[in-house]
Design a protein around this ligand. Structure first.
Ligand SMILES: O=C([O-])CC(=O)C(=O)O
Ligand SMILES: [Mg+2]
Length: 676
């Protein structure tokens, strides 16, 4: 990536003779003086000169990228000139991880846990990423959804050390110069928001910065993309949130949002400046833009830049993966379902379009596939006959049917088998709606995808409660003493008389009731198949625990990004998201399904991300989108080789042509007691 050139001691004279080690550390700032031609390094894509940092010993403690705390060895402490600046004790990274875990557990409030982790990232990057990547289930809900939503709402209060770039509408005409202020020269991925639709919380303006920062920490923790290659940006074009305009703590521009031509020119300039600064393959991820901009900007730029919209395409991919996995439980093909979306915004349209593509791959025509998808927005069912018609962005899903403004009535009339919530209306799937879903079909699919938790259309518990999950407890059958003669009362009237084939029944001598064979029992363990965008705790039923899945785009975007970066792909076609969905769905095991989960556990998300990256990379070569040549012989290895090392590396200076121990006394000055 870099062409590092050996240099003379002259470059480092300001550092003092002993510590003036001319050295190169891989992935670390180096002692180079860009004014001396032999010392220049060049960015491989842009050809720009990289101005290296001048690293002093103390910087190894102050720079989170270099800091290892008490893990610096005595040899390193002495060679770097930081001996004495640290307590005497040496601690391994593992010991430090234990301390982090204990420290976080001491906080009861999730926002305090979040702040601890932010501070850790600012202090010791490798420790932060290793902690996160090894404890995904525990800490993802803190650095990411749902706690990050709370952090954004309180951003004015918790804002300490800045992370990422804030580019305001007042910087129009100078965006390239602002990008040049970012100290990292080798950025490969930018996640940016204009803060207008932060999760389901609405317009949070510059407070939305928590989202690109959180998304990019997942790039590293889940897909091993190197932190210095990631840049979070907030485009501050003002806010229309009156509370923020009046909030004394607000950190953004205190003015109404710029819209129209000026906004469009600003985004145009931003996109151009990014590729001018970091190269044409820079991955540009749109995040949490409002409906009025999200879809149209995606259409405008998707063939011009290496870009995608996470809320449209990432969310679509994860939802379709869930639908694919659910097929194994419902035994209904995707093309045999009827879909009803609550909300007709960018997420709904993204999911609906990708579902249509998936149904077409099962043999339906586009028209047939679209006919199976209904949407309901604030004005009711998307009916071409309703007053005002169907909004432009969702035209493809309007139907020539009787308008309906009552959602419950709509669920009864259309009889969807899959109900998908992207409405940001917390609790919109009322008990009546859920009960109606249970009447519509034997195994209803219910997705409450709005974030954070308070905006979810229903809780996991409610979904199970109101779709008769409790009918299938095994324990209900276990202690009967009479001979098996009749169907269990819970099953009577629910169609089981027809379904249970007496010839295949297992006769349990002690059982009073007829016990269906295992596959049938399996079908009784919870009638709905539920997933949510934010995590829910396990749901309890008669002593059994159901772990519902989190249909969150975090299963998708890190893997897509790694595949794209590793191959320097220049466009991201829609089919990549279908490939990612298939890869994710294949990860769902029988064990996952048996506990009610249509996604693999979060503990597996790193493996999932790597698999997605490999599939994406293969596709990039198959479709001529990659620009890393020659094509690697072993694509999996190539992708893996790009990944970040979460473990501490040696901080010993690497001296060109010198062996440090020959030139410097790095032996302990005092013997160190073994059990200090
Ligand atoms: O951030 C998340 O958890 C998922 C997402 O993109 C959104 O809700 O906007
Ligand atoms: Mg988002």
């Amino acid at each position: 990536m870099f062409s590092c050139v050996p240099r003379s001691l002259k470059c480092c004279t300001n550092i003092g003779p002993k510590r003036a080690l001319p050295y190169v550390l891989t992935n670390s700032p180096v002692f180079l003086d860009p004014t001396i031609p032999q010392c220049r390094t060049y960015h491989e894509v842009t050809g720009n000169i990289i101005c290296p940092n001048m690293v002093r010993g103390i910087d190894h403690l102050r720079d989170p990228r270099l800091n290892k705390g008490l893990a610096f060895t005595l040899e390193e402490r002495q060679a770097l000139g930081i001996h004495g600046l640290l307590a005497a004790k040496f601690k391994s990274q593992e010991e430090q991880l234990d301390i982090c875990r204990i420290s976080i557990d001491r906080y009861e409030d999730n926002l305090n846990k979040y702040l601890y982790l932010v501070e850790l990232q600012d202090r010791n990057e490798k420790l932060f990423f290793r902690l996160l990547s090894e404890n995904v289930e525990k800490y993802l809900p803190i650095v990411y959804t749902p706690t990050v939503g709370l952090a954004c709402q309180r951003f004015g209060l918790i804002y300490r050390r800045p992370r990422g770039l804030f580019i305001t509408i007042n910087d129009k005409g100078h965006i390239f110069n602002i990008l040049k202020n970012w100290p990292e020269p080798d950025v490969r991925a930018i996640v940016f928001t204009d803060g207008e639709r932060i999760l389901g919380l609405g317009d949070l303006g510059a407070y939305g910065m928590g989202i690109p920062v959180g998304k990019l920490s997942l790039y590293t923790a889940l897909a091993g993309i190197k932190p210095h290659q990631c840049l979070p940006i907030t485009l501050d074009v003002g806010t229309d949130n009156q509370d923020l305009l009046e909030d004394p703590l607000y950190i953004g521009l205190r003015q109404r949002r710029t819209r129209g031509k000026e906004y469009d020119e600003f985004i145009d300039e931003f996109m151009e400046a990014c590729v001018q600064r970091y190269g044409q393959n820079t991955l540009l991820q749109f995040e949490d833009f409002a409906l009025i901009n999200a879809g149209r900007l995606l259409q405008k730029y998707r063939h011009k830049y290496c870009t995608f919209n996470d809320d449209i395409q990432g969310t679509a991919s994860v939802a379709v993966a869930g639908l694919m996995a659910a097929v194994r439980v419902t035994k209904r093909k995707l093309s045999e379902n009827i879909y009803l979306f609550l909300g007709a915004g960018s997420a709904s349209n993204g999911i609906a379009n990708l579902t249509v593509a998936a149904m077409m791959s099962e043999g339906l025509t586009e028209r047939q596939a679209r006919e199976r998808v209904y949407m309901f927005d604030v004005d009711g069912l998307l009916s071409t006959r309703r007053e005002g018609g169907v909004p432009e962005h969702a035209k493809a899903f309007g139907k020539d049917i009787e308008p309906e403004k009552d959602f419950e009535a709509c669920v009864a009339k259309i009889k969807p088998s899959c109900l998908i919530g992207c409405s940001t209306v917390g609790g919109a799937f009322t008990p009546n709606v859920l009960q109606q879903m249970a009447k519509n079909i034997e195994r209803p699919v219910i997705f409450a995808l709005s974030n954070p938790t308070s905006k979810a259309e229903c809780t996991a518990q409610a979904a199970y409660d109101y779709t008769e999950a409790s009918t299938g407890s095994n324990s209900a059958y276990s202690s009967r003493s009479d001979p098996l003669t009749i169907l269990h009362p819970f099953l009577i009237g629910k169609g089981w008389e027809r379904k249970v084939d007496l010839t295949v029944e297992k006769t349990h001598r002690k059982a009073k009731y007829l016990i269906p064979e295992r596959p049938l029992l399996h079908r009784l363990k919870g009638r709905c198949i539920f997933a949510s965008g934010s995590p829910f705790p396990p749901v309890q039923y008669n002593g059994k625990e159901y772990h519902t899945g989190q249909g969150n785009n975090s299963y998708i975007f890190p893997g897509i990004a790694l595949g794209v970066i590793a191959t320097a792909t220049h466009h991201i076609p829609e089919t990549m998201f279908l490939t990612a969905a298939r890869t994710l769905a294949n990860y769902v095991s029988e064990a996952d399904l048996s506990i009610g989960r249509i996604y693999p556990s979060l503990a597996e998300v790193k493996d999932v991300s790597l698999s997605i990256a490999i599939e994406v990379a293969k596709m990039a070569y198959d479709e001529g989108l990659a620009s890393v040549y020659p094509e690697p012989k072993d694509i999996s290895k190539h992708v893996e080789n790009q990944m970040y090392n979460y473990n501490y590396e040696s901080s010993m200076p690497v001296v060109w042509g010198w062996k440090p121990e020959e030139k410097f006394n790095v032996r302990p000055i005092q013997p160190v007691p073994k059990n200090i």
